[in-house]
Structures are given as structure tokens and as C-alpha cells.
Design a protein around this ligand. Structure first.
Ligand SMILES: N[C@@H](CCC(=O)N[C@@H](CS)C(=O)NCC(=O)O)C(=O)O
Length: 267
């Protein structure tokens, strides 16, 4: 299939993205803005396995060579990189009624704290847990133990926070906001690091609640048009029905984690 070679839109918002948690959250927010305000957007799939994010035209937009990138053609082709900055930009510019953020300063402060917790805590640890548990060509006991247990610790913090809440930020039981949108694809991908969502019952209930939203369902299909290969339901089904040789493929990863926990669990 021909790969993108440059921008294709001349007006409105253009999103360059791929089917990963960092990409999905921008697509979910754009779908929410489309549903709320009829804000259209153009999307291009940047195949990170084919290295499109390292092509000169792409690096000219984002020298960091990663997805997602957002271009606002209605603002002099303004380029925004980095997920949290893209989400802030979109809500500031396109969420006129502040449906996905907060106005009240203490609620804004709460939202900022959970955004920081996600981007400096859960996100980096889960990304490394994914790598050492699954994608690294060899098994390394200590980093596997370290990053999986740090990820689990973060989920325990989130689970306790969600005890009496429906959404992560906002007063009372909370209100759906960009924190929930930013967090959702990470929770959706929790199985990549071999962690079971069922261990965190309040996070599970939150995940079920957020998954019901039409914009979330649509955003999780951008840009491939297919369900996320590592989505929680997809992995659960593969495991229970032993699809694609699940047992044979996953068994060694699970065993390596059990052994790493045994070796370093008391460290
Ligand atoms: N800090 C960035 C992270 C973006 C990121 O890590 N993107 C990954 C996909 S999830 C990527 O483009 N990887 C390709 C590469 O590293 O070459 C953000 O929040 O947007």
C-alpha cells in the first residue's frame, strides 16, 4: 500500500496517527468534538513499522519522529506534537462549551494532577512494562519485575481513587473529561504487559463505562478501521479460545514474569 508522502488537507484539522494508545486518545477527542460541535478532521495513517515517522517530510513536522501530530490548517498550518499538548490545544481551541475540561480552578487543578500522574507515572511505566514483558527479544528478569510491578502499583492508586467515582477528575463523582480520554487507551492495552484488568474492580467499572461512549468506540478504530489488535476484549477472547496459538506464545512470557516476581518480589 502506498505510504503518505506529505499533508493532504488545506483546511481544518489534519491528524497523523497510528493504531497505538498515544494515537487513539487524540482520535477519541476528535470524535468527541465531532459529535459535540460537528468539527470535522482529516486523518492519515502513519505506519510506524514501515518507518514513515522517520521520513524527512514527517520529521520537518515533528523532529521527534513519533505519532501523533496534529496540523491546524485554519491556524496558519499550526503544528502540535505530544499527546497532552495536542489535547490541551484541541480543548482550548475547539471545546467552546468546555464539555471535556473544567472551569472551576480546583477542578482544573485536580485534572492537571491526574494528567501529570498519567504522563509522568503510569504511561512511562506501562510502556516499559510492555517492552520488557512482551516486545524485548530476550527476557530480562529485573526490568520486567520492576516495570510490571510499578505499573500495577499505579493501577492500585487509580483503583482506590475510583472507589466512589465515575470519572477520574471533577468534584463529587467526577465528570468525563480529557483525563478519561487520555487514560482510556492505556487501560484498554493493559493486557500487553500481562496484567489483568479484573484485579482492579473500580478501574474495570470505569473502563466499561467509558467504553460505552460512541466517540470512544469510533476513536479506537482510527486510523485502521479495525478493532485494536491488543484491545482488552480482543486479548481476553484470544486467551479464552486459544486463538493464534495464544497458549504457546504467551506461556513463556507469563512464566518469565512469575519467575521474575519470585526472584525479586521481596526486593
Ligand atoms: N510523548 C509522545 C509519545 C509518542 C509515542 O511514543 N509514539 C509512538 C507510538 S505509541 C511512536 O510514534 N513510535 C514510533 C517510533 O518510536 O519510531 C506523546 O505523548 O505523543
Amino acid at each position: 500500500m502506498a505510504q503518505p508522502i506529505g499533508l493532504i488537507a488545506t483546511k481544518g484539522i489534519e491528524l497523523l496517527t497510528f493504531s497505538t494508545p498515544n494515537g487513539f486518545r487524540i482520535a477519541i477527542l476528535l470524535e468527541e468534538l465531532k459529535a459535540a460541535y460537528n468539527t470535522p478532521y482529516t486523518v492519515q495513517s502513519i505506519d510506524i513499522f514501515a518507518g514513515v515517522q522517520k521520513e524527512p517530510w514527517y520529521l520537518a513536522l515533528n523532529p521527534n519522529g513519533r505519532i501523533p501530530v496534529l496540523i491546524d490548517h485554519d491556524q496558519g498550518d499550526h503544528v502540535v506534537t505530544e499527546g497532552p499538548a495536542i489535547m490541551s490545544y484541541l480543548t482550548r481551541m475547539y471545546d467552546a462549551e468546555i464539555r471535556f475540561g473544567f472551569v472551576e480552578p480546583l477542578e482544573v487543578s485536580g485534572m492537571e494532577q491526574w494528567m501529570s500522574w498519567l504522563h509522568a507515572g503510569l504511561g512511562p511505566n506501562q510502556t516499559q512494562a510492555n517492552f520488557f514483558y512482551r516486545f524485548c527479544p530476550a527476557r530480562h528478569a529485573f526490568p520486567t519485575f520492576r516495570f510490571v510491578s510499578e505499573t500495577e502499583r499505579h493501577y492500585s492508586v487509580l483503583d482506590a481513587h475510583l472507589q466512589d467515582r465515575e470519572y477520574v477528575a471533577g468534584s463529587g463523582r467526577g465528570r468525563y473529561s480529557i483525563v478519561d480520554i487520555a487514560l482510556f487507551p492505556f487501560v484498554e492495552a493493559i493486557g500487553v504487559a500481562g496484567i489483568e484488568l479484573e484485579r482492579y474492580p473500580n478501574v474495570l467499572k470505569w473502563w466499561e463505562r467509558v467504553s460505552q461512549r460512541e466517540a470512544v468506540k469510533k476513536g479506537m478504530m482510527v486510523p485502521s478501521g479495525k478493532p485494536f489488535h491488543f484491545g482488552y476484549e480482543v486479548l481476553r477472547k484470544m486467551k479464552s479460545e486459544d486463538i493464534e496459538g495464544w497458549e504457546e506464545r504467551e506461556g513463556p512470557l507469563e512464566k518469565a514474569l512469575v519467575a521474575a516476581r519470585r526472584e525479586y518480589g521481596q526486593a
